[in-house]
Design a binder for this molecule. Sequence first.
Ligand SMILES: NC(=O)c1ccc[n+]([C@@H]2O[C@H](COP(=O)([O-])OP(=O)(O)OC[C@H]3O[C@@H](n4cnc5c(N)ncnc54)[C@H](OP(=O)(O)O)[C@@H]3O)[C@@H](O)[C@H]2O)c1
Length: 176
Amino acid sequence: METQEIMMIFVADEDYGIGYQGKMAWRFRAETEFFKNTTWGYDVVMGTETWKSLTKKYQPLPGRPNHIVSRNGLQEEVPVGVQIHRSPEDVLAALEGKDFFVMGGGQIYSAFAQHATCIIMSKIHRKYETDCKFDKTILENFTEDMSHERTLCEKTEDTPLITVHYFYRNTKEVPL
Ligand SMILES: NC(=O)c1ccc[n+]([C@@H]2O[C@H](COP(=O)([O-])OP(=O)(O)OC[C@H]3O[C@@H](n4cnc5c(N)ncnc54)[C@H](OP(=O)(O)O)[C@@H]3O)[C@@H](O)[C@H]2O)c1
């Protein structure tokens, strides 16, 4: 039986900051393209706040079935085809056996942490003002595959260094 991949993908600064005032605290073309190319064709799952952070042009994100997780069922209208779920468990039931991406934000990464099989982190080697963080303790249950690490964007005068890191769920039992 093939295992289902539940992949969390995010971009963070040096302090695991991921957002500021409901938006991303930065924009880098290389990172946006990496996100698009990596998630293209897959179902993507996001929380209400991340959905709201998308400009109308990108609601829904094209080329990917969009899913929103909302306890109150998101009261505003969404475009046809966008699915709304009341809990992570509802998402898991709807996407049973299908590989999919969890694309934020902070609350939703935490809500899916116990289910994720893989985490793809783009790290911006710079500090920004942020008010939303990825809970780095989630990574304690994952091991980085260093052989996959790569540079997404070299440091220049205008842009910071951005590297990509892949983490896989620990399979070894912790000794009692
Ligand atoms: N750097 C990155 O890679 C990245 C990626 C995505 C987002 N972001 C940033 O992250 C920020 C948003 O993150 P956030 O943590 O504030 O919000 P979020 O995770 O996007 O959404 C939070 C909402 O999701 C719903 N929710 C949360 N836990 C749930 C659960 N267990 N069951 C059902 N629904 C649940 C609730 O919606 P209801 O209130 O509707 O019930 C909650 O208000 C923004 O700044 C955004 O730009 C950054």
